[in-house]
Design a protein around this ligand. Structure first.
Ligand code: NAP
Length: 388
């Protein structure tokens, strides 16, 4: 089964990483067609939703060209059999060559959202992959997971095959349910070629300062703006650039024979220390970061207290972000990426290089991506011609 002219069933294309992966797939593989699962009531609405995530990467004229190779499947991970109507399901079973499952709930505070989207949703996607494998055959099932499946850690370098340890506790429902999702894929698709991809903390793009995902960026900017940060400067932070993660998802999904089943999409041993991140921010923004690790206990207490407040304001927003992200900053753990670097052929960029521009742009834009409405195809083409 060749991937060159394949139709992919893809989930999560309206999201941050899905936008990276989908545009990269369409750009790099001219024969590839996508059938993205989209929560929408009509094809028109689905296309507008896809523009939401594609516009970081392509202009409207290129977007409309891409749409000639995109046929949205209207549905929902929470609905029985993905909420697909009979004709769409038949079409998927008739021509899908591979499945790329990216969608998830990243709501670390909600058991319910993680259970429904991640576990029930993945079960439905895996069942569809099973039906494909039992029918026309399936070239590959790729599952975008997370390094959070490695559970609670302390000052470690985690290798792919050692990450899941069922006796270990998890930090949150997101990590717990994503671990179970990997298990579902292994158990229900034992005979199918699978690729499990685990990004670490994905932040920003190494090529430009614009981004469309802000939770971790906002938490990092808040910490950088404090008079002192309650961390050790020697702790490492496994932060990876989204452009490399998107490229890795595309490369590894399309590869005829990847060497391994599981890959960390992470900065790995090249992860900078928090001290190096502080130095880079100082050089790029003039802001000096001072470290006071003895304040970690009181800081965590303050975050817990602010989380108890009912009011919704910038302080409680940041407190709620810090509550879920602090463990991933303070555990000083990185995820070996040698497998992915070897097969993608290029290493991720260092956050110390592009982080300061990301910080400046995100603050200047109040942590919001300036979304543009989708012009009609004719308007988009006219604008492109006028610019040429
Ligand atoms: N970003 C990171 O730092 C990071 C790190 C490690 C791993 N990951 C993994 O990467 C993947 C993508 O994350 P992301 O950052 O791109 O997240 P995101 O921007 O929140 O996107 C989530 C995607 O999932 C879709 N989705 C959620 N609930 C759905 C439902 N009920 N039915 C259909 N689709 C649904 C969303 O669709 P709507 O647009 O309709 O909401 C969206 O397309 C996830 O598997 C995540 O675990 C991300």
């Amino acid at each position: 089964m060749s991937s060159a002219d394949e139709t992919l069933f893809i989930t999560g294309a309206t999201g941050f990483l899905g936008g990276y992966a989908a545009t990269r797939l369409l750009d790099t593989h001219p024969g590839v067609r996508l059938r993205p699962l989209v929560r929408a009531r009509s094809r028109e609405q689905a296309i507008e939703r896809l523009w939401g995530s594609f516009q970081l990467h392509v202009d409207a004229a290129r977007f409309w060209e891409m749409m000639d190779r995109v046929e949205p499947a209207l549905g929902d991970l929470h609905a029985p059999d993905l909420g697909l109507d009979a004709a769409t399901r038949e079409a998927i079973l008739g021509d899908t060559g591979s499945v790329l499952h990216i969608a998830a709930s990243l709501n670390r505070k909600s058991d319910k959202a993680c259970l429904n989207t991640n576990v029930r949703g993945t079960l439905s996607v895996v069942k569809l992959a099973r039906a494909l494998a039992d029918g026309r055959g399936l070239r590959r099932y790729t599952h975008v997971s997370t390094v959070a499946v490695a559970g609670k850690r302390n000052a470690e370098v985690v290798l792919e095959d050692d990450a899941i340890d069922w006796d270990r506790s998890d930090y949150d429902p997101y990590a717990r349910t994503k671990k179970l999702c990997e298990h579902l894929a292994h158990e229900l698709l034992p005979d199918v070629q699978k690729t499990i991809l685990r990004p670490s903390i994905v932040m920003g793009d190494s090529r430009f300062p614009e981004t469309a995902q802000f939770d971790m960026v906002r938490a990092t900017a808040f910490l950088a703006d404090l008079p002192v940060v309650p961390f050790r400067p020697t702790w490492r932070a496994d932060i990876v650039n989204a452009d490399w993660v998107g490229r890795a998802i595309e490369t590894l999904h399309m590869k005829a024979r990847p060497e391994h089943t599981i890959y960390h999409l992470s900065a790995g041993l090249s992860s900078p220390t928090l001290g190096a991140v502080g130095d880079a921010l100082h050089a790029g923004t003039g802001k000096r970061i001072r470290f006071a690790p003895s304040l970690l206990g009181p800081f965590q207490t303050a975050v817990d207290l602010a989380n108890g407040w009912r009011a919704k304001n910038p302080v409680t927003l940041v407190a709620s972000l810090l509550k879920v992200f602090l463990p991933y900053i303070t555990y000083d753990t990185v995820f070996d990426n040698a497998r992915a670097v070897a097969e993608v052929g290029v290493a991720p960029a260092s956050f110390t290089g592009y982080g300061p521009a990301l910080y400046r742009w995100s603050k200047a834009n109040a942590f919001t991506y300036p979304t543009r409405p989708l012009p009609s195809r004719a308007e988009a083409e006219k604008t492109k011609e006028a610019a040429a």
